[in-house]
Design a binder for this molecule. Structure first.
Ligand SMILES: CC(=O)SCCNC(=O)CCNC(=O)[C@H](O)C(C)(C)COP(=O)(O)OP(=O)(O)OC[C@H]1O[C@@H](n2cnc3c(N)ncnc32)[C@H](O)[C@@H]1OP(=O)(O)O
Ligand SMILES: O=C([O-])CC(=O)C(=O)O
Length: 393
């Protein structure tokens, strides 16, 4: 047990607070497994639906199970008029992460089982969220652009459906597969900040929707999922390789962060970044405009070299670094990059909420309640005397 004072200001790095059977991040080896399966194998061969089944149902599905699960997702995918009308009332300037987060409690009000809190009803609510969040993001983009939302196509898979509902065009097989691989890579990552948020909310025995909406808020920050859109903004601002050094110098001189580099756990590289780097190169070649890939590579090389010189530390690209140019090549609007992360990660959040509330990994569900060191004031050695407002100076 680490000494309490050693934990202060560590962001709980390296502190194990529960057992999990869902995934393992090996930061030294640069390895990630979802329920025992290597991420590289899943990215190579599995669909998002197979991975979501693996996370939620604890096994890769056989073909009958996959058909049944895909049908269930298709049944949950459409949004109702309540969600649509609510989004129509929101300012077009609203950030899509805020809109996505705001719609989750509305989904809760439409789920009469939300408070039943059995494993079965919790799993059902979670499956619904996995299915419908992509539709909300796509519909919001169309609504804010003054266009009509598009209903999901039951003949398309989860990733292809998102691209179709966003653009109105059914993606070609290669683009659909590229996007599906992105969803597979983002689906789960152990006790990252947003998943910890979801588990923390779930530990109070709040329902699935409360946990997932909190997790969306947590993912939005630029030190977590919000980094992907920041990386793209940096690439656009830089515009050419010549401008990179000045950009990095300015960040490091002012104590800022180079977006998309560094990781709380991976210390030798993030295996997901390698897959996305290859994808970005391929998409750059296919588009005939390799600029965004080339710029990202140059930003990586110069950022790592400058960090090593400044801090004497090695730093590597994380999942948000190359996903930026990948999504940009796919024509996804920049402020949808983090919502796209969320529509995948929801499978991991759901699996963790279920594990938190119903066990299965050998940890006893317990309310998360850490402590803080009080460094505030007293009035001298005693607590302050309460003075009514009318007498206060
Ligand atoms: C899906 C995801 O959430 S992946 C992460 C997405 N976030 C980003 O890309 C934002 C940029 N990166 C970062 O801010 C950090 O790398 C984090 C927050 C992800 C991890 O930070 P830490 O756990 O502190 O990493 P680590 O212990 O290796 O950091 C060592 C030092 O390098 C600094 N550092 C780490 N990454 C960066 C970076 N990209 N730019 C500048 N400084 C950095 C840390 O602040 C820390 O400084 P300190 O010793 O003065 O406190
Ligand atoms: O694990 C983390 O800290 C962040 C991360 O890479 C993820 O959530 O995918």
């Amino acid at each position: 047990m680490p000494n309490e004072s050693q934990l202060l200001d560590t962001g709980l790095r390296g502190v194990k607070i529960a057992k999990t059977r869902i995934s393992h991040v090996d930061g030294e080896a640069g390895k990630l497994v979802y329920r025992g399966f290597l991420i590289n194998d899943l990215a190579e061969s599995a669909t998002y639906e197979e991975v979501a089944h693996l996370l939620l149902h604890e096994k890769l599905p056989n073909s009958d199970e996959l058909t049944a699960f895909s049908r269930k997702l298709a049944g949950f995918r459409a949004i109702g008029p309540d969600i649509r009308q609510s989004m129509e009332k929101i300012s077009a300037q609203a950030h899509p992460m805020d809109v996505l987060q705001a719609m989750i409690p509305l989904l809760a009000t439409g789920d009469s089982d939300r408070d039943a809190m059995t494993r079965e009803t919790t799993l059902s609510s979670g499956t619904r969220l996995v299915a419908v969040m992509a539709t909300i993001v796509a519909a919001w983009h169309r609504i804010r652009s003054g266009r009509t939302p598009i209903d999901p196509d039951p003949a398309l898979g989860h990733g292809a459906n998102f691209l179709y509902m966003l653009t109105g065009r059914r993606p070609d097989t290669e683009t659909a597969r590229f996007f599906d691989v992105c969803l597979v890579l983002h689906a789960e990552h152990s006790f990252n900040a947003s998943t910890f948020t979801a588990r923390q909310v779930a530990s109070t025995r709040a329902h699935m929707y409360a946990a997932v909406s909190a997790a969306i808020g947590s993912l939005s920050g630029e030190l977590h999922g919000g980094a992907n859109s920041r990386v793209m903004q940096v690439l656009l601002d830089i515009g050419s390789v010549d401008a990179i050094e000045a950009h990095i110098k300015k960040i490091l001189d002012t104590g800022g962060k180079i977006m998309g580099l560094g990781h709380a756990v991976y210390k030798t590289g993030d295996p997901r970044a390698n897959v996305l780097s290859d994808m970005s190169r391929r998409l750059g070649d296919l588009s005939g405009n390799p600029l965004w890939y080339d710029l990202t590579v140059a930003l990586e090389q110069k950022g790592r070299a400058a960090f090593k010189k400044n801090r004497g530390l090695d730093i590597y690209p994380n999942i948000d670094f190359y996903s930026a140019s990948v999504y940009y090549y796919m024509g996804i609007p920049i402020d949808l990059f983090t919502p796209v992360f969320a529509i995948s990660r929801v499978a991991g959040w759901v699996a963790h909420v279920i594990e938190e509330q119903f066990g299965g990994a050998g940890s006893k569900p317990a309310l998360y309640r850490p402590s803080a060191e009080y460094v505030g004031e007293y009035c001298g050695p005693e607590e302050c005397a309460f003075i009514p407002v009318s007498d206060r100076k």
